[in-house]
Design a binder for this molecule. Structure first.
Ligand code: SF4
Length: 184
């Protein structure tokens, strides 16, 4: 076992969805040692900085960011849901750590595009057809895995064909496949 607990230390308003929370928790052991193992196993790693010991995982919806001394989960509906998610993260970290002798650590860094990088490939008309109030909100949704580019009808216009292709490539290259808290 790597950690016995992830203690909820505070909640913050979530920038992506105003009625949701960010939960911030503290582990009772440093987490940087388990990150290369997660990087080797999980399909939902969207960024990893081995020098800083920081990793972000995609979940649906939201993100989980692991620091050596902190865990942050975005787009959480309530404190109760946050506690359930923290318990799931703790169990995941312990399961992977317990298998460390059979996993080849992966120290390769991964980078995720910034929201502005995604926004610049969108039509930027804020037409709301995707269900978001602005193209920037849609860009956040794409990075968090809440949206798919096809949800923006303007991207189907041949005028945006180049941007559409670049956007799909950017998201595929940065985000991997599906989100899951379970290692394969
Ligand atoms: S449908 Fe497309 S152009 Fe309209 S707000 Fe959403 S992302 Fe922007």
């Amino acid at each position: 076992m790597l950690i016995s607990g992830l203690r909820l230390v505070r909640t913050l308003p979530c920038l992506a969805e105003s009625d949701k929370l960010i939960v911030v928790a503290q582990p009772d052991q440093a987490l940087d040692g388990v990150l290369p193992l997660l990087n080797a196993l999980l399909p939902n790693v969207i960024s990893y900085n081995p020098m800083g010991g920081v990793m972000t995982l995609r979940r649906r919806p939201g993100l989980i960011t692991l620091y050596p001394d902190r865990v942050m989960i975005t787009q959480v509906a309530s404190v109760d849901e946050g506690l359930v998610l923290l318990a799931a993260v703790r169990d995941l970290l312990n399961r992977v750590w317990d298998r460390r002798d059979e996993i080849q650590p992966d120290l390769q860094s991964r980078a995720v595009p910034r929201p502005l990088d995604v926004y610049e490939l969108l039509p930027r008309t804020n037409c709301r057809a995707c269900g978001e109030a602005t193209c920037m909100a849609f860009a956040f949704g794409l990075l968090e895995g809440r949206h798919h580019p096809e949800r923006c009808p303007s991207l189907a216009d041949p005028v945006f064909a180049t941007q559409h292709r670049a956007l799909v490539d950017m998201l595929i290259n940065s985000a991997g496949e599906t989100a899951s808290l379970q290692p394969d």
